[in-house]
Ligand binder design. Structure first.
Ligand SMILES: [Fe+2]
Ligand SMILES: [Fe+2]
Length: 193
């Protein structure tokens, strides 16, 4: 494969950087496939539950789709725990960072906050506060995150539930991650107050 001439970035030529830019474009285009592969890897993460993290992700996405959620939210439900493998202590933020350039800002916020909001369902059993989410009660996307956690996330640990397979969601992942990154018409960010 073609490669650059430099061993230190400061010595690279315009031709070097044009080469890298074109190769990076092709690499970014394969992002959906890498994400689907990362989801497959969730079949081996976090022991102790009755179902795998992959099955939990599929169950969450299936429930979101059946709830009439849009493609951004369905893909977010599919990917919301993809950070478990590499960022176990801040997996919500990692998933949000992956999604942020490609989905509505509301969906990114929901994914980023889901770890905190999920604590309402279990943290008291571990002697921790379970009301941290209430600090965001006035936030315009509070109800959206509550819906995500109550209906899609905390319910999706059921070995008897028939989730749709990853192949069903793969075209949605390709559609979302083929978008132009940080397109304002996709992000629909709120005007700053
Ligand atoms: Fe999570
Ligand atoms: Fe989850």
């Amino acid at each position: 494969m073609q490669h650059v001439t430099f061993t230190q970035m400061q010595d690279g030529s315009a031709q070097d950087y044009q080469l890298l830019h074109s190769l990076e474009h092709a690499y970014i285009q394969a992002l959906p496939d890498r994400l689907l592969s990362a989801l497959q890897d969730l079949s081996e993460s976090l022991p102790g539950y009755q179902i795998s993290r992959l099955e939990h992700s599929l169950q969450s996405a299936t429930r979101a789709e059946d709830d009439g959620a849009d493609i951004d939210m369905v893909v977010a439900a599919l990917l919301h725990d993809v950070g478990d493998v590499l960022a176990p202590d801040n997996h919500s933020q990692m998933a949000a960072a992956i999604l942020r350039p490609y989905v509505r800002a509301e969906v990114t916020w929901v994914v980023e906050m889901h770890g905190l909001f999920q604590m309402q369902f279990y943290a008291h059993h571990l002697g921790k506060p379970n009301d941290g989410h209430l600090a965001y009660a006035q936030h315009p996307w509070f109800a959206s995150c509550q819906r995500f956690c109550a209906l899609y996330d905390q319910t999706s640990f059921d070995p008897a539930y028939a989730s749709r397979p990853l192949s069903h969601f793969a075209p949605m992942v390709h559609t979302v991650f083929a978008r132009k990154p940080f397109d304002p018409t996709v992000l629909q960010e709120r005007a700053k107050a």
